[in-house]
Design a protein around this ligand. Structure first.
Ligand SMILES: *Cc1c(COP(=O)(O)O)cnc(C)c1O
Ligand code: SF4
Length: 332
């Protein structure tokens, strides 16, 4: 990640990660012989979790909702019909330069393939980033494409996670974007701000405050336990820099598929100054079938949730339909 141009390496680039499954189990005082802890056969999407996120997991609990999101267990090796490598049709929508143009008026820029955490249910876990983002000048190409399209009013930096990029690279990218008259909004989709809050440091905040476009940050958060004091601090800093803050979550079996957890998540987000935006049904990506919650169960949860919360704390239930021009919103 270190691009060599900065005189000192920022602290977040020196953050510790757990990447060895046995080490994660040892830290959590989990016996590897416990049922459910056998490892998946396939290792092409290895364990990766920031040390600070491990600290938010309960010790001795193999059902901890944060642990379940990162553990590469044997359930991933079970082949299930309908679960495919490219679940949402991104490959069909991908243009040279890492631009995904699926949504009218908005383009998604795959700024990087890197993430601070590897989420087991990730719909991009099989995405060929290396090929899509191979060209060194892919940003120039992306910028040229966006410049040539007057319909693009919003650019969404996604990935991977755009906060994996150095401040200098973010600045280079947004300088080009801010010069395009049709681009009126910038959005960042990030999980890093939650799992590695030290990424939201003075350098990043200086970049954010200097972007000449209104910035919306959509945080990926699935469970209230993810929002400890450090994460809340990062969120407060983002708010202080003037960003509009929203949250998106993925509905995950065993993690957040109860009304109590979803209610607590909305309440915790609000307490941190974030409004819930989307609750996504799982994308049917190979290796993630054990997280699936049925559409009818999801709708029941939403009915219960909306009876308990004001409307602005109830996220929109959405699902991705491959090939469709946007996501599908489900009503309940
Ligand atoms: C839905 C979605 C978008 C577009 O978001 P809107 O808020 O509907 O404009 C972009 N990227 C991803 C990954 C999405 O799921
Ligand atoms: S942070 Fe987002 S893109 Fe990265 S692995 Fe998790 S879900 Fe996927």
């Amino acid at each position: 990640m270190h691009d060599g141009s900065s005189p000192t390496v920022p602290a977040w680039q020196r953050a510790a990660y757990v990447t060895r499954p046995q080490e994660l189990l040892a830290q959590l005082q989990l016996d590897p012989a416990l049922p459910g802890l056998e490892l998946a056969r396939c290792r092409d999407f290895p364990l990766r979790v920031p040390q600070g996120f491990v600290a938010r997991m309960r010790k001795g609990d193999p059902q901890d909702p944060l642990f379940l999101q990162v553990w590469p267990g044997a359930a991933e090796s079970v082949e299930r019909p309908g679960f495919a490598p490219d679940a949402v049709g991104d490959l069909a929508a991908l243009r040279p330069g890492g631009v995904v143009h699926k949504y009218q008026g908005r383009v998604l820029l795959l700024a990087t393939g890197a993430c601070a955490v590897h989420c087991r249910y990730c719909f991009r876990r099989h995405f060929p980033y290396a090929e899509a983002l191979a060209a060194r000048n892919h940003w120039q190409e992306a910028l040229a494409q966006i410049a040539a399209d007057p319909s693009v009013s919003e650019v969404i930096l996604s990935g991977g996670d755009p906060l994996s990029l150095s401040d200098e690279r973010l600045a280079g990218l947004t300088r080009g974007l801010a010069g395009l008259p049709q681009v009126r909004r910038l959005r960042l989709h990030t999980r890093t701000a939650v799992v590695l809050p030290e990424r939201v440091d003075a350098g990043f905040l200086a970049w954010l405050a200097g972007v000449r476009l209104p910035v919306t940050v959509v945080l990926h958060v699935n469970h209230p336990n993810e929002l400890d004091g450090a994460a809340a601090g990062a969120i407060a800093r983002l708010r202080g820099a003037g960003a509009t803050l929203l949250a998106q979550s993925v509905l995950l079996k065993g993690v957040n598929d109860t009304t109590d957890v979803l209610e607590a998540l909305s309440e915790r987000l609000f307490a941190c100054g974030v409004l819930p935006y989307y609750l996504h049904l799982l994308d049917r990506v190979r290796g993630a079938g054990h997280f699936e919650v049925s559409q009818s169960a999801a709708i029941q949860l939403m009915q219960d949730l909306s009876s308990r919360l004001p409307g602005y704390l109830v996220p929109r239930l959405a699902r991705e339909v491959p090939g469709a021009p946007g996501k599908q919103l489900l009503s309940w």
